[in-house]
Design a protein around this ligand. Structure first.
Ligand SMILES: NC(=O)C1=CN([C@@H]2O[C@H](COP(=O)(O)OP(=O)(O)OC[C@H]3O[C@@H](n4cnc5c(N)ncnc54)[C@H](O)[C@@H]3O)[C@@H](O)[C@H]2O)[C@@H](O)CC1
Ligand SMILES: Nc1ncnc2c1ncn2[C@@H]1O[C@H](COP(=O)(O)OP(=O)(O)O)[C@@H](O)[C@H]1O
Ligand SMILES: [K+]
Length: 544
């Protein structure tokens, strides 16, 4: 095949979808302990849970572990065959464990399909996993395969951009960062002009915590063919450079076995979040659809109030009152005529708490400022409002300045920090995993919901679960997007959704509205108001 034709078969990391392709199978979570704790979910397994699921499948299907590996290899080889013609040379690097076993089986299948395959098995310690050894034996006498078993010395093969490297060195069994010869090999792979396809996970990347990893000893794949389900590390921004395109390979691990695994980390699934959205009672009236109170806006930040207020009203609340400094009166009355205003005594900032008795939900934070007067008002609000509450932006910054007030926050309050605001609450975070771990700890300790915002926002629940939101896009990386989320969450709480439901439905809708806005306008020019404008369609889509 000509270089040009080969080019057509190839792909570039520019084609990478901005979201993972999710494995579509859903299974019920059988251990729903807390009321309304959801649902039908995509589970994110730990490496130990993957082993359990393998074991369950092997015992209950039943299927031998070698045959299960063969299934994985068939799925991977078939994906490779669909992307590259037989003119392509595959250079396969296999490690000593089952990831290496997969790679050896893939080598055999590609070789049998007429591809040129050059395979290196790294057997440095002289110990191979059983299935790796089985697959090594199956390579014996395989005509056409160039096979090298490396025990110490190794020279990296010449490779050019038409070649494809298959990285099957280490998978979910990696137990420490790569060093020595393996780190050197990874550097050579990364420096090579060949395309790189990683089996299951780029070698060197831990499937969960990479806080203390060595970034230069992690394979940078163009394509990751991950077995069955994406790993937690795939959801973190700093790991995207290693993954390239991610495609899950269905190898038929037991759905029943998966259902039995109590996973603390899950991903919201579209079909399931729909079920949270309750139909509107035909006899509904504004008094029955919730009354929300938004406490927001200091001099120069009235826009944040407007965004949160509009988003709240667009999220189906019955009534919205905005408590805000007097100077926001005209602009708010003009831009959000549906909102009722409660004027603070101060002209320029929120200075005093008001009674929250009449309100079903309270939101504080957008554009609030951190003045000491405002801080004291916030504390009074928190102490006097025992019910549903959303704390965002400056409300969180105030709490960061007064950590001793955090224990006073009512149980099940929703906190919506972006990474910087989270750090004000929990201290410096080294990476996304650390952020997740610290937010989770805060949620459990204080019995709060903490939504760590960003791409793949993470909802940390008081029971220690982490629920990842799959919607949203980089067009939402624009000032005011978070204020919109606050408005949505507040409306949902006021309408009677539990904090758990509001977090999931709210973050999902917010991202979905962002995705609709992107469809309409593209990512570059989107502003927060566009997310609000797309909310009606997002609700409609969920109801379809
Ligand atoms: N039935 C199964 O178990 C299946 C497993 N599959 C594959 O198996 C993989 C997991 O297999 P394993 O559990 O054998 O794990 P790996 O293949 O990831 O590696 C484990 C081996 O690497 C060594 N090791 C770990 N960290 C190291 C380091 N930093 N430096 C040097 N050596 C290191 C370990 O001592 C062990 O020998 C998955 O990623 C997937 O590719 C698939 O074949 C599907 C079925
Ligand atoms: N790249 C992205 N992908 C998905 N969602 C995003 C992205 N960037 C921002 N968002 C969302 O936009 C919102 C931004 O919130 P925040 O940083 O608080 O903005 P602001 O304080 O300006 O209102 C969050 O809900 C976040 O999840
Ligand atoms: K790998």
């Amino acid at each position: 095949m000509s270089a040009e034709a080969n080019e057509k078969q190839s792909f570039s990391s520019l084609d990478v979808p901005n979201r993972l392709l999710f494995y579509p199978k859903t299974v019920p979570n059988p251990k729903n302990t807390k009321e309304n704790e959801v649902l039908f979910v995509m589970k994110i397994l730990t490496s130990t849970q993957f082993k359990e699921l393998d074991k369950y499948t092997i015992e209950h299907e039943p299927v031998s572990s070698t045959d299960l590996m063969e299934r994985a290899a068939k799925a991977i080889a078939s994906e490779l065959k669909s992307r590259w013609t037989t003119a392509t040379r595959f250079i396969v690097f296999a490690g000593p464990g089952n990831n290496g076993g997969d790679a050896l089986a893939v080598s055999r299948l590609l070789c049998n399909a007429g591809y040129t395959v050059q395979t290196y098995l790294f057997n440095i310690t002289g110990r191979l996993s059983d299935d790796c050894l089985n697959n090594k034996k199956r390579l014996e006498n395989l005509a056409g395969l160039l096979f090298t078993e490396v025990s110490s010395q190794f020279s990296f093969p010449e490779a050019d951009e038409k070649d494809v490297i298959v990285d099957g060195l280490f998978g979910t069994g990696l137990n420490k960062p790569l060093d020595g010869g393996y780190a050197g090999l990874v550097k050579r792979i990364n420096a090579s002009p060949a395309k790189v396809v990683s089996i299951d996970i780029p070698s060197g990347l831990m499937s969960e915590d990479n806080t203390y990893n060595n970034p230069s000893a992690i394979v940078r794949a163009d394509l990751t063919l991950t077995i069955q389900l994406p790993k937690l590390a795939f959801f973190f921004g700093e790991n995207q450079k290693y993954l390239g395109e991610v495609k899950p390979m269905d190898i038929g691990l037991s759905a029943e076995g998966l259902a039995a695994i109590d996973c603390s980390i899950t991903v919201i699934e579209p079909g399931e979040v729909k079920k949270i959205l309750k139909p509107r009672n035909p006899f509904a009236h504004k008094g029955s659809m919730g009354h929300a109170l938004l406490v927001s806006g200091q001099y120069g930040m009235g826009g944040a109030t407007i965004l949160a207020a509009k988003a709240c009203l667009r999220s189906g609340v019955g009534k919205l009152t905005v408590h805000t400094p007097d100077m926001n009166n005209n602009i708010l009355q003009c831009s959000v005529p549906e909102a009722i205003l409660s004027h603070d005594l101060s002209d320029i900032r929120v200075s005093k708490a008001i009674s929250t008795y009449d309100y079903n939900a309270l939101a504080m934070g957008p554009g609030l400022g951190t003045h000491e007067e405002t801080a004291e008002a916030l504390r009074t609000f928190i102490r006097n409002h025992p019910g549903e509450m959303v704390l965002d932006a400056d409300a969180l910054n105030i709490l960061g300045n007064h950590p001793e007030w955090i224990p006073e926050i009512p149980q099940d309050t929703i906190l919506t920090p972006h990474p910087k605001e989270l750090e004000n609450l929990v201290g410096t975070c080294t990476d996304s995993y650390d952020r997740m771990a610290k937010a989770r700890e805060l949620s459990i300790k204080m019995q709060l919901y903490v939504i760590v915002k960003g791409h793949n926002s993470m909802i940390c629940t008081p029971t220690g679960r982490v629920i990842i939101n799959p919607t949203g896009n980089a067009g939402m990386a624009t000032a005011g997007s978070g204020d919109v989320l606050t408005g949505i969450l507040t409306a949902l709480l006021a309408r009677g959704y539990t904090a758990n439901e509001a977090c999931q439905l709210g973050t999902y809708l917010h991202g979905l509205a962002g995705d609709i806005a992107r469809e309409r306008l593209g990512e570059e020019s989107m502003i927060a108001s566009d997310i609000i404008d797309a909310l009606p369609e997002a609700f409609k889509k969920l109801k379809e």
